[in-house]
Unconditional design. Structure first.
Length: 207
């Protein structure tokens, strides 16, 4: 089947297929074809999911969008090899897309690659997040992190690091490692242990 190009920008290209899908599902529903509706929804979602995953792991794709930067896995594996299983990591990498008006917090690769606990990451599917979402009114993707004090303490270290806020992460929250992009300011208060073109890992001073 040939692909159909939809003009009008990214938003139109995303919304238009769902409008067509909705009309088709409504017509089938009125005819009592419940199984057909389920099949239609599944048939639409599965190819889209496959294309989405393939688009981000395709090694040809310098021109493709990258949700995970080059070097991220290397950094995560380094941290796994040089830290203890009980160590806590802080990161400022929370959102999948920097350009969204809200944070799409389905961001899990720091904990996934390092296999370590992360102070704040990937809260989209947390029970506290889903319980605050309102179906058809406010998406769970628009819900902020539930513990504002923890998020503020976490992010302050990466935005404007000081000896005091670094000490707070270490003493109050038990953080031992910082996992971030390229942030030379952190070198004043934490020891740089790993760095590549996209990612750096810092070790906090002992408590």
């Amino acid at each position: 089947m040939a692909e159909v190009e939809v003009g009008g920008g990214a938003l139109v290209r995303v919304v238009a297929p769902y409008l067509v899908l909705g009309v088709g599902a409504l017509l089938l529903w009125r005819r009592g074809s419940v199984l057909a509706v389920v099949a239609l929804l599944a048939g639409y979602a599965l190819p889209g999911s496959v294309r989405d995953v393939a688009g981000h792991v395709d090694l040809r794709g310098e021109r493709r969008e990258r949700l995970i930067p080059k070097g991220a896995m290397e950094a995560g594996r380094w941290l796994r090899a040089h830290s203890a299983p009980g160590d806590v990591v802080a990161t400022d990498l929370h959102c999948r897309y920097d350009w969204w008006q809200v944070c799409d917090s389905r961001h899990f690769w720091v904990s996934g690659f390092s296999e370590r606990r992360v102070l704040v990451e990937g809260w989209a599917y947390a029970e506290s997040t889903l319980s605050r979402a309102r179906p058809f009114v406010r998406s769970y993707l628009a819900e902020p992190f539930g513990d504002r004090a923890r998020l503020a303490a976490n992010d302050a270290v990466f935005v404007a690091p000081t000896a005091e806020n670094v000490r707070t992460l270490a003493q109050k929250y038990g953080v031992k490692w910082l996992f971030t992009g390229i942030n030379p300011m952190l070198g004043k208060y934490a020891r740089l242990r790993f760095k590549n073109a996209t990612t750096s890992v810092y070790r906090l001073p002992g408590r």
